[in-house]
Design a protein around this ligand. Structure first.
Ligand code: BG6
Length: 484
């Protein structure tokens, strides 16, 4: 029998505002960077970097386009109106925690108003109250791949230092408002994503820039400072708050035991932990200098920035983990794996998902052990899951055994990691209810325990249907991870 998880382990699921809420222009909400991203049919998809970036002309056209059809994140899954029904289903599974995000433009529609939008604040009050009714702890991300689009047109997003003050004001507003309703907070979702995807992670347009990486690393620095200053405010507002950082943590193996491959993998894994090095330890690690020099990047810092980073460390480290890949120095090895934010070389020992992501439960244990050794602070797995095209059987059921298998194997490895000595606060599997994909804006790629009747074009009744994995996860939680 697998090891039992600790009694206070936070079991649950995760979503992001822009992928579920819909109601994109209701109750005073401003347009967000997620609302301007178009659906692109599979045959027409470009490389990820291009799919997740946008030109000035496309942005301007999307801002003036009031149609919902072409922009799936504008409709989400209508969580905005159905949150009660959804939370009831989460409670039925026995969730202890629900990871969600606040949509910044719901609170500050353009990002730089003097007063927040009361209707937006009230919506999250209602959601937190509903969670509270069932004893579900909210885990709230302040910035999950969206920001007021106005901050892009006015400041070019996080490339501008102006964003620091605006973000801290937003953070301050929600910390004060929800100080008795929310204990666990995350500042930026997958903060390292901005390095490769400046628009997705930071609302930065790079068109026409000589050195995109300069803008990306500068934006990242501003996010580090904004995160640290928000943590400072959080502690002043409620010393009980627990604030974490959040990393996209993919594991990279050497393709072979050739020392060159080992060194290359080591370098990539080091880079994968660069952001947590800054946010957990409080300073830029020495190895980054060489990377920045290679990119010809020089980060502009203000006096006091180093102290801000040093003095406001996170309480815990959270991360997403979906897959692993390999690297090689041998140029004849070219077979690649897919991923939402990264790709790499294949690993012949692993199977892949329908979307070509390599499935590696043991890798999760490796990552947990490595990060716990490195930082010695509590960890939290806040995203993990299998995107698959589910089928409704003639009798109306959805038999997602492949998802159960994926999740069971990862949960088993988390239990092993805990036995290895890792302090793990909880697990929120990604997309506990089907939602719009972050990378492709598809609906067809489903992660949920709960099926949502909607297709890529937005057709469907939005009815919620319990999948087989729904009943399975319920018993996993009830048995504290032993009945897998
Ligand atoms: C993570 C994001 O990178 O991966 C989520 O934080 C996202 O927002 C998830 O949905 C899965 O990726 P995708 O592209 O399949 O939605």
């Amino acid at each position: 029998m697998p090891n039992q998880f600790p009694e206070n382990f936070l079991w649950g699921g995760a979503v992001a505002a822009n992928q579920v809420e819909g109601a994109y222009c209701e109750d005073g909400k401003g347009l967000s960077t997620a609302d301007v991203v178009k659906y692109v049919p599979p045959g027409q998809r470009k490389a990820l970097e291009h799919a997740l970036s946008i030109s000035r002309a496309e942005l301007a056209a999307a801002i003036s386009d009031t149609q919902e059809e072409n922009y799936p994140k504008r409709r989400g899954i209508d969580f905005y109106h159905r949150y009660k029904e959804d939370i009831k289903l989460f409670a039925e599974m026995g969730f202890k925690v629900f990871r969600m995000s606040i949509s910044w433009p719901r609170i500050f529609p353009n990002g730089d108003e003097n007063e927040p939008n009361e209707a937006g604040l009230r919506f999250y009050d209602d959601v937190f109250d509903e969670l509270n009714r069932y004893g579900i702890e909210p885990l709230v991300t302040l910035s999950h791949y969206e920001m007021p689009v106005e901050l892009v047109t006015r400041y070019n997003g996080w490339e501008s230092r102006e964003l620091v003050g605006l973000f801290v004001r937003y953070a301050d507003t929600v910390f004060l408002r929800y100080k008795n309703k929310v204990k666990y907070w995350l500042t930026f979702n997958e903060i390292n994503a901005v390095i490769r995807f400046p628009f997705l992670g930071g609302g930065v347009l790079t068109e026409g820039k000589e050195n995109e990486k300069q803008a990306a690393f500068q934006a990242l620095h501003h996010q580090f400072i904004a995160s640290a200053l928000s943590i400072k405010r959080a502690r002043e507002i409620n010393p009980e708050f627990q604030v974490g950082c959040m990393l996209a943590r993919k594991l990279i193996y050497p393709y072979s035991c050739h020392p060159g491959d080992v060194l290359k993998a080591q370098g990539e894994n080091q880079m994968a932990q660069f952001c947590s090095d800054v946010q957990v330890r409080g300073y830029y690690p020495s190895y980054i200098k060489r990377h920045l020099a290679d990119y010809e990047v020089s980060i502009e810092m203000e006096p006091g920035d180093e102290a801000v980073l040093k003095e406001n460390l996170v309480d815990f480290l959270s991360f997403s983990y979906y897959m692993s890949s390999t690297v090689s120095t041998d140029e004849s090895i070219t077979e690649r794996t897919e991923g939402n934010l990264s790709s790499g070389l294949v690993n012949p020992f692993l199977k892949t998902s329908d979307w070509g992501w390599q499935i590696d439960p043991t890798g999760l244990r490796v990552v947990l052990k490595e990060m716990h050794d490195r930082y010695q602070i509590p960890l939290f797995v806040v995203e993990n899951g299998l995107g698959a095209a589910d089928v409704i059987e003639a009798d109306g059921t959805i038999k997602d055994d492949y998802r159960i298998e994926y999740l069971a194997q990862h949960i088993e490895q988390m239990a092993e990691a805990i036995a290895d000595g890792v302090e793990l606060l909880g697990y929120t599997s990604w997309g506990c209810i089907d939602l719009i994909s972050a990378s492709t804006s598809e609906m067809r790629k489903r992660y949920g325990y709960i099926y949502v009747d909607q297709d890529d074009e937005g057709n469907g009744s939005l009815e919620r249907i319990r999948k087989k994995s729904f009943y399975w996860y319920k018993k996993v939680i009830a048995s504290r991870g032993t009945d897998l």
